[in-house]
Design a protein around this ligand. Structure first.
Ligand code: FMN
Length: 289
């Protein structure tokens, strides 16, 4: 399956069959996760698959997740070394794992909260002092029947129009996207990315071969907000940005475009104090001139 097909197929699955993932599939997942150690922006991470335990549903609520998860038999958990782009790298790498699981026919749902001192960490074997666990993912055999699945997809598929997300050279000018532009698909894959409470905080400004990714924060998330300081909820919208970067790069690659990530703020005037620069993807052709 292409990345675009996997992205179309993925949705937040919250109802699972109460039956473990086949041993062989578990092994395939764990082997794949073992290759996901280096984020595109330089952070080191590691991931694992843990079995669900009784009491997980109420623990998740206490830890600040929302939405009722029914029957998950496992969780994808992970740790990332603290660093300037740790949360973005965590989002990027774990979304790659999610898409891999999607290709195996498994259901997944991102769950963000305060996991650092939780039983999820204990079952992962603990964290070292410089690591954090910003989010986990429920995983299992898809348990919602067709109707539930369609409803979930419709609920989750409400997305902002491209004109509010993608821009040309500055935030003032929406990017014109013709269906046969190579970047139409990668941008649509960003638009369909999952994000915490479906806030879609990603913004992209294109300037030639450079695709600048920005975070436009929602009130109530991020540093300085009550959720962040009181509950110490990880800065989930930075995880969202990493997920969007993953979707963009995988689908660009499918469209025959290679590129690389740099963190180098182009100094484009921001649309507000709630916006910040994150990273830039540069199409390879411009690297070679
Ligand atoms: C970082 C992150 C954290 C999330 N946390 C939760 C959560 O705690 N509970 C939940 O039910 N869904 C959670 N979600 C799933 C989003 O609500 C979902 O991705 C969004 O509504 C779009 O729907 P879709 O994934 O079906 O496309 C999270 C998603 C992301 C990316």
């Amino acid at each position: 399956m292409t990345a675009r097909e996997l992205i179309d197929r993925r949705y937040s699955c919250r109802i699972y069959v109460d039956q473990p993932i086949a041993d062989e599939d578990q092994r395939r997942l764990v082997d794949y996760m073992a290759t996901k150690t280096d984020g595109p922006l330089g952070s080191r991470a590691r991931f694992g698959l843990i079995a669900a335990a009784s009491g997980d549903a109420s623990a998740l609520k206490r830890l600040g997740t929302y939405g009722f998860i029914k029957g998950a038999t496992g969780f994808l958990v992970g740790a990332v070394r603290r660093g300037p782009k740790d949360l973005e790298d965590y989002g990027y790498l774990l979304e790659e794992v999610i898409l891999h699981a999607t290709g195996m026919g498994l259901g997944t749902c991102w769950l963000g909260g305060t996991f650092t001192r939780s039983s999820f960490v204990r079952r992962f074997g603990g964290l070292s002092r410089d690591e954090t666990m910003p989010a986990v993912v429920s995983i299992g055999l898809i348990g919602d029947d067709g109707t539930e699945r369609i409803r979930e997809r419709e609920e989750g598929s409400r997305r902002l129009p491209s004109s509010e997300l993608f821009f040309q050279r500055s935030f003032g000018e929406p990017l014109r996207i013709a269906p046969d532009d190579w970047y139409a698909e990668p941008l649509e894959a960003v638009r369909m990315a999952p994000s915490a409470t479906n806030r879609q905080p990603w913004r992209i400004v294109r300037d030639g071969a450079a695709w600048h990714f920005y975070l436009r924060r929602t009130k109530g998330y991020g540093k300085g907000s009550a959720l962040f300081t009181v509950l110490r909820i990880a800065d989930l919208q930075r995880v969202d940005l990493g997920i969007a970067m993953c979707h963009f790069e995988l689908v660009a690659h499918d469209c025959g475009r290679a590129g690389s990530w740099v963190v180098s703020d182009p100094g484009i005037p921001l649309p507000g104090r709630d916006a910040e620069y994150v990273a830039t993807w540069i199409a390879a052709s411009s690297l070679s001139g």
